[in-house]
Design a protein around this ligand. Structure first.
Ligand code: SF4
Length: 960
């Protein structure tokens, strides 16, 4: 009798995990047939996207099966030049052995000669830990060239920021103002929220030079010249103060608006907040003994004295004769001349529009107060019967941030939000855990060369939040400790580092030469570099002895990008469908307004070829190098692999705090903290890969000053301290740097050539000045501003390899306002030259009334180098598509030599400051883009491009 046949394995399966087609981290369901991806849709149970999926997310299958996949470790062929992409395959053993030997030597001699910089890395808690344990300060992710101004400007003002760390409460807002935002930050959640907001009758105003994406569905589009938002925001503040349309009660109790500032220019404490000798200091790191001038008793009193009511306006004299003013008066003085007419001349927005907007903001906030029946207690013990709010919400991102004046622009926005009384209140801005954090957060970067020692972990975190010059990463002479000059006097608050400066500085050997530069997932030889062609030359440049100026370059990526061609060693990463991953509370979680939320990815497919997750590479290297956090007391390897690390790593032995907050404790019944749970991954996988902790209602609002919340956050190690976090209308931190620059006090002072720069830009109150590049440009010769946006259907350079998404965009145009085009003799589809003082690009023009006349713009990162991303050398992306980056400089002239084209406060790259002119190309010129580097051949292990990519059906490449 024949044996009964085994039941066939089910052909179809659905696995849940987390999307990574952009950085938003939506929940997805991957539909598999016979182990191959059929299609991907949104997970309806996921709190972030509730089943919604975008074009990118749905096209994940075509990324998984991209012909550009790197599948084998590669080493540059001996004798081949960098940039040629001429590699030989090697085994992982060999690759890791080479790296281990090299890193062991560097760590034993001078660990800062190893630098690790990562792109849109969603595991910075791990990459940062690796750098710290290795002992190098030279670590950062992409934030410095993304939106650090947004993070720093907001966090130094209100203790939180947009996107991962907070956002608009559109469920209760009536008026929503979005500034400088493309479609891609918090993408699906924001789309869901805006759709509901509009259906509920909310009014949506978009301030943006370009009307695309979100702006296209706004009720009102307010076109603005790029880099001038600061002027608009200061004029709105001017109007609100002039009209008295500000939330006085909020300013008094929850900001430092009423605190007195020492105005005795002869005093060493000039410009600092006046301390009250009668009041307890509290936590010396965040002293709470500031002073008000009480209106009722007409004398100075400690802040938050029960029964006192401070003056916000006026000038006073302390009993010892010191002249003082409340911080709010200084703000009013600052904006006195920032009238709508003044701003109109800068921004291009009519003064009447600015006045109308200010009035609408103030009246909506004042007249539509929200009251929720939620009792809570503030940090000073006052009990409140309800939570109240003002229904005006904002959202802003890179359009405000990516200018060399962006830090103060973002400060102005945060202060405007404070004036309207909308911080962590219903209908306004709301925090997401682990924010709010102290101002500034407690972590500090290394502040002395002694913190960088051979074979020793770094004496601090590589990245932190300076509170004074004493926290800077400089030596006794004031010279930078970091290769990117982060936290130096050039960019003191560069809290995300300056990835955009690493290659130039390492090439120049300023402040020193590197030995090994490891780049993860960042296309630094193309769309992530300013001055792209020069950076490519630097990567391939040698010193007088014939050695590469950057001696060893390791690139870890899943795809053959332009950057991989320059590597000495290529490590093939997995895709997001092939690995474990953690969006951790220690890092950038996906928290909701009502409580901490974290998420994971779990592998739904085996790795292609010999690919290994970069996380595994780091755990392996850390174990081989015996970095302390990865090694047991008796010198053995502590973690088997990355999943084991995630389960068992604790921030301190026995702390019960690890990368994941959900299903902790031996049985998985603890949340936020608890001993390691060996079945934690399984429990996440069973719960849609997401963990959400709902705070009790009384902890969900006013969290800067909510005693219940701050104590809870401290108990659960979400915050280090439980002091109230007063919003900083006036920034004492900035004033400390300014005092140092003016030679006051006993502490560190900037080198003389940087003193004026620091004194100018470390203004305790926001101010508007034109971006540095505009000041270094003949704007009559280069009258237009040029900016880029990420398209909704593509995320950076990732999606040019995606056959489905390429059907939406395969090349880009320069969009030009029809009036501007006419004035320059340009018609639709003409080939044109776009020229800045730094370079020129040939591209195609497209006329569009959706851009203000003084601005031209294009989609970012669609233009490709020939042959990169496994595209055919004559693909539209490289023949017709172009990069604006060729027009953008990475450096500007400075008093003591070149400085980064960046914000002098934070080091944020000034991507959107470039000035250009346009002209029609000659009819005799080739109809293709310029510049075009030589074509790249596919690296070993990378497939030739599919010629029948249209035939991907239901998980199979039909006919391949
Ligand atoms: S918004 Fe981003 S994370 Fe969400 S589905 Fe689209 S690509 Fe994926």
């Amino acid at each position: 009798m024949p044996a009964p046949s085994q039941p066939a394995a089910p052909r179809d399966e659905i696995r849940t995990t987390t999307c990574y087609m952009c950085a938003c981290r939506c929940g997805i369901r991957v539909h598999l047939r016979d182990g191959a991806v059929r299609y991907i849709d949104g997970n309806p149970n996921h709190p972030l996207n509730r089943g919604v999926i975008c074009a990118k997310g749905a096209s994940g299958a075509l990324k998984q099966y991209s012909p550009a996949r790197l599948t084998r470790p590669l080493m540059r062929r001996p004798g081949a030049a960098r940039g040629d992409g001429d590699f030989v395959p090697v085994s992982w053993d060999h690759a890791l052995g080479v790296l281990e030997e090299r890193l062991r030597r560097v760590r034993a001699t001078d660990p800062k000669r190893f630098a690790l910089f990562t792109g849109r890395d969603q595991m910075q808690a791990l990459t940062g830990l690796f750098a710290r344990e290795f002992g190098t300060p030279n670590y950062a992710a992409h934030g410095g060239f993304c939106s650090v101004n947004m993070a720093a400007g907001m966090i130094y003002t209100i203790g939180g920021s947009f996107w991962e760390f907070g956002g608009p409460d559109l469920e209760r807002a009536r008026l929503f103002v979005m500034l400088g935002t493309a479609e891609d930050h918090h993408s699906n959640p924001l789309k869901i929220a805006i759709s509901r907001f509009k259906r509920d009758g909310g009014r949506f105003v978009s301030v943006n030079p370009v009307r695309t994406g979100y702006s296209a569905i706004a009720d009102e589009w307010v076109p603005i010249r790029p880099g001038t938002d600061g002027a608009l925001l200061l004029a709105l503040i001017h109007e609100l103060i002039a009209l008295g349309l500000y939330d006085r009660e909020f300013l008094v109790r929850y900001t430092n608006a009423g605190q007195l500032v020492n105005l005795d220019e002869a005093s060493e404490a000039f410009g600092l907040l006046v301390r009250s000798p009668a009041a307890p200091v509290g936590n010396p790191q965040y002293p709470q003994n500031q002073t008000w001038w009480d209106r009722l008793s007409n004398r100075p009193v400690p802040t938050h004295t029960e029964g006192a009511d401070p003056h916000l306006l006026g000038a006073f004299t302390m009993p010892d004769g010191t002249p003082v003013k409340p911080a709010f008066q200084l703000l009013a003085d600052r904006v006195a001349d920032c009238t709508p007419d003044w701003a109109a001349a800068i921004t291009g927005i009519p003064a009447a529009t600015i006045r109308r907007l200010a009035h609408e903001l103030g009246v909506t906030a004042r007249d539509h107060r929200i009251e929720l029946p939620i009792e809570w207690t503030d940090s000073w013990g006052r009990e409140h019967p309800s939570v109240t709010g003002n229904p005006v919400a904002f959202h802003a991102m890179r359009g405000l941030a990516a200018h060399s004046n962006g830090f103060h622009t973002v400060r102005a926005l945060a202060i405007l939000m404070c004036l309207l009384g909308t911080i962590d209140r219903p209908g306004g801005f709301r925090h997401r855990a682990p924010f709010p954090r102290a101002i500034p957060p407690a972590a500090k970067p290394p502040s002395s060369p002694d913190m960088v020692r051979p074979n020793t972990p770094l004496g601090a975190l590589a990245l932190g939040w300076p509170a004074s010059p004493e926290d800077l990463s400089v030596d006794a002479a004031g010279a930078p400790l970091r290769i990117d000059k982060g936290f130096s006097w050039e960019y003191p608050l560069s809290v995300h580092g300056l990835m955009h400066s690493v290659i130039t500085n390492a090439w120049r050997g300023d402040p020193y030469r590197l030995d090994t530069l490891m780049i993860f997932m960042a296309n630094m030889a193309w769309n992530s570099a300013m001055n792209t062609m020069a950076v490519r030359r630097m990567l391939n440049d040698r010193d007088a002895e014939g050695e590469y100026r950057i001696p060893f370059l390791v690139v870890c990526d899943a795809f053959q990008s332009e950057m991989t061609a320059f590597a000495d060693l290529v490590l093939p990463d997995t895709t997001y469908l092939e690995r474990h991953d953690v969006m951790s509370i220690l890092d950038r979680p996906i928290s909701e307004f009502d409580g901490p939320t974290d998420a994971v990815r779990v592998p739904v497919l085996p790795p292609a070829g010999e690919c290994r997750p970069f996380q595994e590479v780091l755990i392996e290297l850390a174990s081989r190098l015996k970095l302390p956090a990865f090694t047991t007391a008796d010198g053995r390897r502590r973690f088997r692999d990355y999943p084991d690390f995630i389960v068992n790593y604790e921030t301190e032995p026995g702390s019960g705090i690890g990368f994941l907050a959900g299903w902790r404790g031996a049985n998985g019944d603890r949340a936020l903290h608890g001993e390691p749970n060996p079945r934690q991954w399984e429990m996440y996988a069973r719960h849609d890969c997401v963990f959400h902790y709902a705070l009790p209602p009384s902890y969900r609002y006013m969290r800067n000053w909510n005693r219940g919340y701050t104590e809870w956050a401290k108990r659960n190690r979400i915050r280090r301290f439980d002091d109230p976090i007063l919003c900083q209308i006036y920034s004492e931190v900035l004033q400390r740097f300014r005092l140092a620059a003016r030679g006051r006090g006993p502490g560190r002072k900037p080198p003389p050539h940087l003193a004026e720069r620091v004194a100018t830009h470390f203004d305790p109150l926001p101010f508007y000045a034109a971006p540095l590049e505009a000041l270094a440009t003949d704007t009559a010769k280069y009258p237009l501003r040029a900016v880029t946006q990420r398209p909704m259907a593509m995320y950076h350079s990732w999606d040019s390899q995606n056959a489905w998404l390429r059907q939406i965009h395969a090349h880009n145009y320069l969009f030009v306002n029809p009036d501007t085009a006419r004035a320059n003799g340009i018609a639709d589809d003409d080939w044109i030259w776009v020229e800045s003082q730094w370079g020129r690009v040939r591209c195609m023009a497209r006329l569009s009334a959706a851009v203000e006349p003084g601005t031209v713009w294009t989609w970012n990162a669609i233009g490709k180098a020939p042959g990169a991303w496994a595209l055919a050398p004559d693909a539209n992306e490289s023949r017709l598509g172009f990069l604006l980056n060729h027009l953008i400089t990475d450096e500007l002239p400075g008093a003591g030599g070149p400085v980064a084209n960046a914000d002098p406060v934070t080091g944020q790259a000034g991507w959107y400051d470039v000035r250009v002119r346009i002209a029609k190309a000659a009819a005799t010129e080739p109809a293709e883009t310029f510049p075009r580097p030589p074509p790249l051949a596919p690296a070993p292990g990378v497939e030739a491009a599919h010629r029948r990519w249209q035939a991907f059906v239901a998980g199979k490449w039909i006919g391949r």
